[in-house]
Design a protein. Structure first.
Length: 146
């Protein structure tokens, strides 16, 4: 869609609901809770352009898809397909326990742990010592963050 061709953007009736992708009971949400289009109308002089912002608001385990119609009075109607998906952070850590066995004081044991992102979105992670309330020397906590 050419931004300068948009006089009015709106979501047509019947295309304004979406549901969760998980197999749970849910109530479809209104399109306004998933997408925002700004501005929704305006006037353009010859040669002017207008940027239109499309924003998706993710809701947990939700897939949304709607079609926005951009209509210019006296001109064609353009369609903009809007899709979005939201997920929660999930991961697996393997192995979850490392047994270094019995070692001499000058021996070193190496192990590998695999952290796998099992969700549909990226996440940032860091390795840091356990917090003071779990004061256990040599114990590390792996915690993904947003």
């Amino acid at each position: 869609v050419l931004p300068h061709a948009c006089g009015k953007c709106y979501i047509p009736p019947g295309l304004g609901r979406f549901g969760h992708s998980a197999d749970v009971l849910h109530t479809p949400l209104k399109v306004e809770k998933a997408f925002r289009i700004l501005p929704v109308s305006g006037v353009l002089q010859p040669g002017e352009t207008q940027k239109v912002s499309f924003t998706f608001f993710g809701h947990l385990n939700t897939t949304a898809g709607v079609r926005a119609l951009c209509h210019v009075e006296g001109g064609p109607t353009y369609q903009v397909q809007l899709t979005g998906e939201a997920s929660h952070v999930s991961y697996s850590l393997s192995p979850r326990e490392i047994d270094c066995g019995l070692l001499m004081f000058n021996e070193i044991h190496h192990s590998t742990v695999t952290l796998e992102n099992t969700c549909k979105i990226k996440f940032i992670w860091e390795l840091k010592p356990c917090t003071a309330d779990q004061d256990m020397p040599g114990v590390f906590l792996v915690k993904p963050t947003r």
